[in-house]
Design a binder for this molecule. Structure first.
Ligand code: SAM
Ligand code: SF4
Length: 466
């Protein structure tokens, strides 16, 4: 075991037991502290995650939304995932791409096919993508993946728009690979630990490179030590006790923050979905109820206020709407989880998909519904492009200053979307929300500059940001 093993399983179990029935008074005190936006102690998080009564739960939800608005304002950042290959030599018991799923039609996209996928994603209005693939050294090597990133950045759609930020979610890399990845200019590098509980982890990953719990656990250390600026962590909820995973995610975040002064840029919160020939997706070991899922989102928002929280289309639209109000700050839209899925309307997509999606609405429908819910859909990539990354980003996010950039950039990127891609109804509703939200830009000069940018976009300029 590594010397500075930062997941303390014994401590987590002890705290979860000690805080099993938190008193209302204690909860109130913790929630008041959470509003200071400085995060919480592990024992306080253990108390929140053990809440079961309705009244304290509602207080928790309200606090989470307040924190989200204080840090990020009223925006929700959108992205689309792009799967480049479903070959995989691992055997994760919950995933459709697993090696032993012999019914999966395997595919590794050519660079031309990738460009075509990107063109379709761009025509939906997206500006940021998340590129993913299975782990297979010969069928989809790391060098191939680097080429796919360059190919994706090179595409222009009919409006002359290109992808402005590519985030990456691929198997843990070596030091040398991170140095190469750095050169192709990516945004965030993400890996989910799946479960932080070592014994469960080893059961879920019976063979292949992924069996090594510690190789995966220390991937973000390797990333930050080798030039990456922004990293994303996550747990796959349903493998082990969700309360344990929440506390472990916090220990991971604290470890990165203490050691590198860069906490995780994002935390992802996937719940296991149905997947072909994947025993633990058909029979989930520790299912997380909707009530507990909402609670864990709100607890994470209180515990690490500065960190973006990502929700995918694994969740059904109704649940997505509910957790936007609990602290989620980034969402995928119009997703496909099979390589080539954007181009093909397949007869049997499940033969190539990693898992089934529950929110199958188009990007346009999701944007309309986000606006109707009162949030500003944002395609912002400003921080990454102005190098507000790593510690610089954290220095703005922690005291709640990042929203000075987030809201204006959300409004200018939404304006681009409305002019270039939206239907008539969305256009009207979008213009209304822009007008309404301009008032929330507290700095007068910034507000005036935003209005100027909006007019310039109306008149044909693009890519104006703060
Ligand atoms: N293959 C790489 C890896 O495992 O690190 C890249 C990421 S994989 C394409 C994306 C993530 O999908 C996995 O980390 C896992 O958490 C998630 N996933 C796999 N099967 C799933 C399922 N049945 N339901 C929900 N999420 C799943
Ligand atoms: Fe492969 Fe990743 Fe799926 Fe595991 S989760 S089988 S590593 S694609």
């Amino acid at each position: 075991m590594n010397q500075d093993y930062f997941i303390d399983e014994k401590l987590i179990h002890k705290l979860l037991e000690e805080k099993i029935n938190p008193k209302k008074k204690e909860i109130d005190k913790i929630l008041t502290k959470a509003l200071l936006l400085k995060g919480l102690e592990l024992k306080e998080i253990a108390a929140l995650i053990n809440i079961s009564d309705k009244t304290p739960l509602e207080k928790l939800f309200k606090t989470a939304l307040k924190i989200k608005k204080l840090i990020y304002g009223n925006r929700l950042v959108l992205f689309a995932p792009l799967y480049t290959s479903n070959y995989c030599s691992n055997n994760c018991l919950y995933c459709g791409f697993r090696r032993d799923n012999k019914d999966m039609k395997r595919k590794c996209l050519t660079l031309e096919e990738i460009k075509e996928e990107v063109r379709i994603i761009l025509e939906q209005g997206h500006k940021r993508i998340l590129m993913l693939m299975g782990e297979h050294v010969s069928e989809c090597s790391f060098d191939y993946f680097l080429k796919t990133i360059e190919a994706a950045y090179s595409v222009e759609d009919s409006k002359g728009s290109s992808i402005r930020r590519i985030n990456v979610e691929i198997a843990p890399l070596t030091k040398e690979e991170f140095q190469k990845l750095n050169k192709v200019k990516i945004g965030t590098y993400t890996v989910f630990q799946e479960t932080y509980h070592q014994e469960t982890y080893e059961k879920m990953h019976p063979s292949g490179k992924k069996y090594d719990y510690f190789w995966r656990l220390y991937v973000m250390d390797r990333a930050l030590e080798n030039g990456l600026n922004d990293v994303g962590i996550g747990a796959l909820f349903g493998l082990y006790d969700y309360r344990f995973e929440v506390l472990a995610l916090i220990q991971h975040a604290k470890h990165l923050d203490d050691k590198y002064s860069i906490g995780p840029h994002t935390i992802s919160i996937p719940r296991i979905e149905c997947a072909q020939n994947a025993p633990c997706a058909m029979n989930i070991p520790n299912p997380v109820s909707d009530k507990d899922f909402k609670k864990l989102v709100a607890v994470l928002r209180c515990a690490v206020p500065y960190t973006g929280m990502i929700l995918s289309t694994r969740e059904p639209s109704e649940m997505r709407k509910q957790v936007f109000n609990l602290g989620v700050s980034q969402i995928s839209a119009g997703s496909k989880t099979n390589p080539g899925g954007y181009k093909e309307s397949l007869i049997n997509p499940e033969d190539e998909e990693q898992f089934l999606l529950n929110d199958t609405r188009s990007t346009g429908e999701i944007i309309k519904s986000v606006i109707q819910q009162g949030f500003v859909p944002s395609f912002c990539t400003g921080c990454y492009r102005l190098k507000r990354v790593g510690k610089d980003f954290m220095d703005l996010a922690k005291p709640g200053l990042i929203k000075l950039h987030c809201l204006p950039n959300a409004l200018t990127t939404l304006k681009e979307y409305l002019v270039d891609y939206a239907d008539k109804e969305t256009k009207q509703e979008g213009e209304d929300i822009i007008k309404k939200e301009l008032i929330n830009i507290s700095d007068e000069k910034r507000r005036e500059k935003t209005v100027e940018y909006l007019n310039r976009i109306e008149n044909g300029e693009r890519d104006l940001y703060f």
